[in-house]
Design a protein around this ligand. Structure first.
Ligand SMILES: CSC[C@H]1O[C@H](OP(=O)(O)O)[C@H](O)[C@@H]1O
Length: 368
C-alpha cells in the first residue's frame, strides 16, 4: 500500500533479478529501512528475528529463501538443507510450512540445473497469489462493513483490530486490513481501534504506521481497552488476522486475541477472522490442543525501544532485574467465539464442513 504517496509491497525481487528487498519491520515506525536478502540464511534470520513477520509474509520470504538457496546449491542435499534451515525459523504460522512444501514440490522433481530459475518463478507466483487472495478477502470483508454502514447512514463504522494483519503482514493489502482499505477507498467512513499489542507492539508500531500512511482514520489503544469500548457500543465489529486455522475452526493469532474474542462475545460484537487459504491447517483437528505456541525471548517484555524527545532511539528496561518473564507469542480462540472467517472464497462459518467445502484442495496437501 502507500508510503508517503508511493506504492510499496513488503517484499520484492530486486532489479538484479535474484536478491530480495524487504521492509525491515523492526525499525518501524521510527525509521523506514529496506533490507536486502542475498542468501537462504538471510531469509531464515529475517523470519526468526522478525525483520519480516506476519504469516503470509513469512511464507513469501521462505519461498524466496528457497530460491536464494538454489543459487547457492541446487543439489538434492542443498534443497533439503534449505528446507530444514527455513522450516525451523518460527513454529506457529502454518504459511511457512505451506510455502516450503509448495517450493519443494516444484523443485524436487526437476533437474538441479533448472531449480534456481524454477524456484524464483514459483516464489513469484506465491507472492502474486498472496496479493490476489488478499484482494478477494478485501471484497468479501467489504460486504460486512457495508452492511454495518447501511444501518448507521452517515456515521463511522468502528473496527477493532489486534496486532498487525495489515499489508505489512502480507505482500500487500493485508488480511484483516484489506476490507478496511477497500472500504476507505470506496468512501465508506471507517475508523480503526488499533490494539497496541504488547509486547512487540505490532499494532502501535506497524498497524498505526501503515493506516496513517494510507490516510485511514485510527486510534491506538492499550490492549486492555477493547472490552470497555465494546461495552459502550464503540466497536461495530472486530477483524483480526491469524497464523493458523485448525480444521475445527479454532483460530491461532497474536497473544491477546482470545481475550478480545471473549469481550466481543460478551457484548454481542461480531468477531471476524480474515485469512488466506494457505493459513488453513487441516492436519490440526483441535487448535487449542495441537497448534504449537511460540515462546519468544523475555527481552521483548522487559525492554522497550522508542524515540527520545531529542530524536534518539533508546531502549529501556521496564521490568525489575531478576523478575522472571513469560512471553507467549500467540493464543488460540475457539471457533465458538468466531462469527465468521473472511477468506478469498467468501465469509465462512468457523467449522470443518465450511472450510472443506470451500477449500477441498487444502485437505489433500494437509495429508502430506
Ligand atoms: C496476516 S498474519 C498476521 C498475524 O501475524 C502476526 O504475528 P507476528 O507479528 O508474530 O508474525 C499476528 O499474529 C498477526 O495477526
Amino acid at each position: 500500500m502507500k508510503v508517503d504517496g508511493k506504492h510499496f509491497r513488503s517484499i520484492w525481487r530486486e532489479r538484479d533479478g535474484w536478491s530480495v528487498g524487504a521492509i525491515d519491520q523492526r525499525r518501524l515506525p521510527h525509521e523506514f529501512v529496506i533490507a536486502r536478502l542475498t542468501s537462504c540464511e538471510d531469509a531464515a534470520v529475517a523470519i526468526r528475528d522478525m525483520l519480516v513477520r506476519g504469516a503470509p509474509l513469512i511464507g513469501a520470504t521462505a519461498a524466496y529463501g528457497m530460491a536464494l538457496a538454489m543459487r547457492e546449491d541446487s543439489s538434492d542435499a542443498g534443497l533439503k538443507r534449505a528446507y530444514d534451515a527455513l522450516v525451523v525459523a518460527r513454529p506457529t504460522a502454518i504459511n511457512l510450512k505451506w510455502a516450503l512444501h509448495e517450493m519443494r514440490t516444484a523443485l524436487a522433481p526437476i533437474d538441479p540445473v533448472e531449480r534456481a530459475e524454477a524456484a524464483y518463478a514459483r516464489a513469484d507466483e506465491i507472492v502474486e497469489q498472496d496479493v490476489e487472495i488478499n484482494r478477494g478477502i478485501a471484497g468479501n470483508g467489504l460486504e460486512l462493513i457495508e452492511a454495518i454502514a447501511a444501518k448507521k447512514p452517515g456515521e463511522v463504522v468502528n473496527v477493532l483490530t489486534h496486532c498487525n494483519a495489515g499489508w505489512l503482514a502480507t505482500v500487500d493489502w493485508g488480511t484483516a486490513t484489506a476490507p478496511i482499505y477497500l472500504a476507505h477507498e470506496r468512501g465508506i467512513k471507517v475508523h480503526v481501534w488499533v490494539d497496541e499489542t504488547r509486547p512487540r507492539n505490532q499494532g502501535a508500531s506497524l498497524t498505526a504506521w501503515e493506516l496513517g500512511h494510507h490516510g485511514v482514520p485510527h486510534t491506538v489503544i492499550p490492549d486492555n481497552t477493547g472490552g470497555h469500548l465494546m461495552q459502550h457500543g464503540m466497536v461495530d465489529l472486530a477483524i483480526v488476522g491469524t497464523d493458523r486455522v485448525a480444521a475445527n475452526g479454532d483460530v491461532c493469532n497474536k497473544i491477546g486475541t482470545y481475550l478480545k474474542a471473549l469481550a466481543a462475545h460478551d457484548n454481542g460484537v461480531p468477531f471476524y477472522v480474515a485469512l488466506p487459504s494457505p493459513t488453513i491447517d487441516f492436519a490440526v483437528h483441535d487448535g487449542i490442543r495441537d497448534i504449537p505456541i511460540e515462546q519468544r525471548s523475555g527481552v521483548e517484555v522487559t525492554d522497550m525501544t522508542g524515540r527520545t524527545a531529542d530524536g534518539r532511539l533508546e531502549t529501556v528496561r521496564i521490568v525489575p532485574e531478576g523478575s522472571p518473564v513469560a512471553n507467549y507469542a500467540f493464543d488460540v480462540t475457539p471457533a465458538r467465539l468466531v462469527t465468521g472467517l473472511i477468506t478469498e472464497r467468501g465469509v465462512l462459518k468457523p467449522d470443518r464442513a465450511a472450510l472443506a467445502a470451500a477449500f477441498p484442495e487444502r485437505i489433500a496437501t494437509a495429508a502430506k
